[in-house]
Design a protein around this ligand. Structure first.
Ligand SMILES: Cc1cc2nc3c(=O)[nH]c(=O)nc-3n(C[C@H](O)[C@H](O)[C@H](O)COP(=O)(O)O)c2cc1C
Length: 285
């Protein structure tokens, strides 16, 4: 059963309803111009997260197609600053479903890929060559995270083209000590995202995709504009269901931003960062 606990869906008002549809139509302008009749763009619009799977196995050739498409993504300096870790061991999948904020659909997914931001591989390649690389720092980490996530999104798009659904699991950044143990992660290797894949159930196929904010609140020109309180209220107008802006926003803040899992993610990522900071400071000093 899909509970709020184990399925990190948006609150109902953000997920569905006429207001959301209207908002999407608004952001699409005339429709045709914002979403031209192109199969790639259409697929980007149609993709939605899938959290319940039929159990049908994904053919190995399709797994290969997904991973091969992932590595075709742009990558800083063509370095591919990532490693894609496929988790096939059912016990590990089970443990990940617990360590990633108790989301059982992780272990039910046929394909589980962890996109690791990998600052270790090049560091070791430099050392192997007799070069004298500096220790990886936070900049290297962020660049590797960019690389890993861009590759991950290619995997999502490729899977969608093959009729395979997917869902990001950001909670892989939590519980650093546990994830390191499950996946044997050394220092300088950071789990930027986990993706789970499978064929969507009928319910998931027909489920309405959560509406996006009107484009006018997302797209800015030339210089950053800090939204006023009034503008922020307008951004959520029609998206809070029967609840007031205050009620809805306070509940969302409590459920997501101030949640235990969110605080744990911050603690865990801070511990990963410390790894880089301490070493860099050590080498500076
Ligand atoms: C970085 C990131 C982390 C996410 N983590 C989770 C997660 O842990 N569990 C989950 O069910 N969905 C997760 N999602 C999926 C989002 O909830 C989903 O993309 C969002 O609600 C929009 O819905 P859509 O993907 O169907 O358009 C994550 C998405 C991203 C991009």
């Amino acid at each position: 059963m899909e509970t709020e606990r184990n399925l990190k869906t948006e609150p109902a008002a953000l997920s569905e309803g006429a207001a959301g549809q209207k908002s999407q139509a608004r952001q699409a302008g005339t429709g045709r111009r914002a979403c031209p009749d192109d199969p790639v763009i259409r697929s980007l619009h149609e993709r939605k997260s899938v959290r319940a799977f039929t159990g049908r196995k994904i053919p190995e050739e399709d797994v290969l197609a997904i991973v091969t498409a992932a590595v075709q993504a742009p990558t800083a300096g063509n370095q591919q600053l990532y490693t894609i870790l496929r988790v096939t061991d059912q016990d590990k999948k089970h443990r990940l479903s617990l360590s990633c904020d108790n989301q059982p659909f992780i272990e039910e997914a046929d394909l589980v890929l962890v996109f690791l931001a990998d600052c270790l591989k090049w560091y070791r390649a430099f050392t192997e060559a007799g070069a004298s690389p500096r220790d990886p720092g936070e900049g290297d980490l962020l660049l590797a995270v960019c690389d890993a996530l861009i590759a991950a999104q290619n995997a999502v798009t490729a899977a969608q083209a093959l009729g395979i659904g997917s869902c990001y699991i950001g909670d892989i950044m939590e519980n650093r000590e546990v994830q390191k143990e499950i996946l044997d992660l050394p220092d300088y290797v950071f789990p930027a995202a986990m993706l789970v894949f499978g064929y969507p159930t009928d319910q998931q196929k027909t489920r309405q995709k959560p509406a996006r904010a009107d484009l006018s609140f997302i797209l800015q020109e030339n210089a950053y504009h800090v939204h006023s309180g009034e503008e922020l209220r307008a951004m959520f107008a029609g998206r809070t269901g029967t609840r007031s802006y205050e009620d809805w926003m306070k509940a969302f803040c409590q459920r997501k931003y101030n949640s235990d899992f969110s605080r744990e993610m911050t603690r865990s990522v801070r511990a990963y960062l410390k790894e880089y900071r301490d070493k860099e400071q050590g080498s500076d000093g």
